[in-house]
Design a protein around this ligand. Structure first.
Ligand code: TXA
Ligand code: MG
Length: 318
């Protein structure tokens, strides 16, 4: 299969109607999309990514009205978050309607649904009369893609079209939230922070990160992993025990002299800017002439918590 990169939304819509796979831009990361209501297409999404079928997919829709076609009653706290943050980098785990194929949710009676905030993909979703199932558009286990070229590098030959919407502005996946027994629960840290949700709902959500739960086999501890070893923590101390020229360093705002490659994610110390550059930095380090990647731990607040979550998983052994 010949994979084409382009900006033709109508062509992307046509291919999706034919059951084909199209990578789509979102504000978080690029997604590998197909018609969520077509089980044959959904199977091919898993195959293209080499992803185990027990790891369910997110449903993408253009509006809250469209979301209501696929989920049952929306709890008040979730509705508040939707009104405030959608379209945006947040997804909701809700009881599904029967129309959503079991293949999408890996057999669960709950589905994750999201309204992405990217003009190109919103236009695309509006042209379709079905929702798009879309995991991040990377081979399973690797760093998520933040440009059309990243997608091409990982999936060329496996999908029909890559809809180029420029670099992703948030750069980390969506936050996943739900409600259990009246309590707001965060399943994945992401683009909308815990602090932002607290400000809207007036209460602190419980953290139940999927990849730390033994009952969710699709959530492996090691993820977002580049080909090289990632060491997270005190960079200075790590450098003292190795040839610094063979090390690549990812820092928040600090300079390190004499290292093989350095990525300072935000010289001015802005966590949002750092988040937007993280996956690019991991990919650049993978391509650089260094043997190991050293990363600072980020301040554990705001989107810094999501950055630390991704770095921890990038550094984990399987
Ligand atoms: O920002 C994002 O959310 C991106 C863009 C493309 O929208 N998508 C994304 O999808 O990150 P993916 O498949 O890489 O991650 C979705 C996560 C997975 O960890 C999956 O296990 C979990 O959501 N998930 C999806 N549906 C679920 C369900 N029904 N129950 C529990 N977990 C679910
Ligand atoms: Mg992913």
């Amino acid at each position: 299969m010949n994979t084409i990169i382009g900006t033709n939304v109508s062509l992307a819509a046509q291919l999706l109607r034919e059951g084909k796979l199209v990578a789509i831009p979102t504000e978080t990361v690029y997604g590998l999309a197909g018609n969520a209501l077509n089980p044959d297409t959904v199977i091919r999404i898993f195959e293209a990514k080499n992803r185990p079928t027990f790891n369910p997919l997110i449903l993408h829709v253009p509006s809250v009205e469209a979301a209501q076609l696929y989920v049952q009653a929306i709890p008040d706290s979730i509705r508040l978050l939707m009104e405030r943050f959608s379209p945006g980098p947040i997804s909701y785990l809700l009881p599904k309607r029967d129309i959503v194929p079991d293949m999408v949710t890996s057999g669960s009676d709950r589905v994750v649904i999201r309204i992405p905030n990217h003009p190109v993909t919103l236009e695309l979703l509006q042209q379709l009369d079905f929702p798009l199932a879309a995991p991040s558009a990377n081979p399973f286990g690797y760093v998520s893609p933040v440009t059309a070229e990243d997608v091409y590098q990982g999936l060329s030959g496996k999908i029909d079209y890559i809809l180029d919407g420029g670099p992703c502005t948030v750069g980390l996946e969506s936050t996943i939230v739900g409600e259990e027994e009246g309590e707001l629960v965060v399943y994945r840290l992401g683009g909308i922070t815990v602090e932002q949700m607290e400000a809207v709902t007036g209460c602190s959500p419980r953290l139940a990160l999927l990849h730390k739960r033994p009952d969710t086999p699709g959530q492996l501890k090691s993820h977002y992993a580049p080909g090289k070893q990632v060491l997270l923590g005190d960079v200075e101390q790590q450098l003292a025990g190795m040839n610094p020229l063979r090390a690549g360093v990812i820092s928040f705002s600090r300079e390190y002299k004499g290292v093989g490659k350095l990525c300072v994610l935000s010289p001015s110390g802005d966590l949002r800017e750092a988040a937007a550059g993280l996956f690019r930095a991991l990919r650049d380090m993978d391509a650089a002439d260094v043997d190991v990647i050293l990363a600072e731990r980020f301040p554990d607040e705001g989107i810094g918590r999501a950055i630390n979550d991704r770095l921890t998983r990038a550094s984990a052994k399987l």
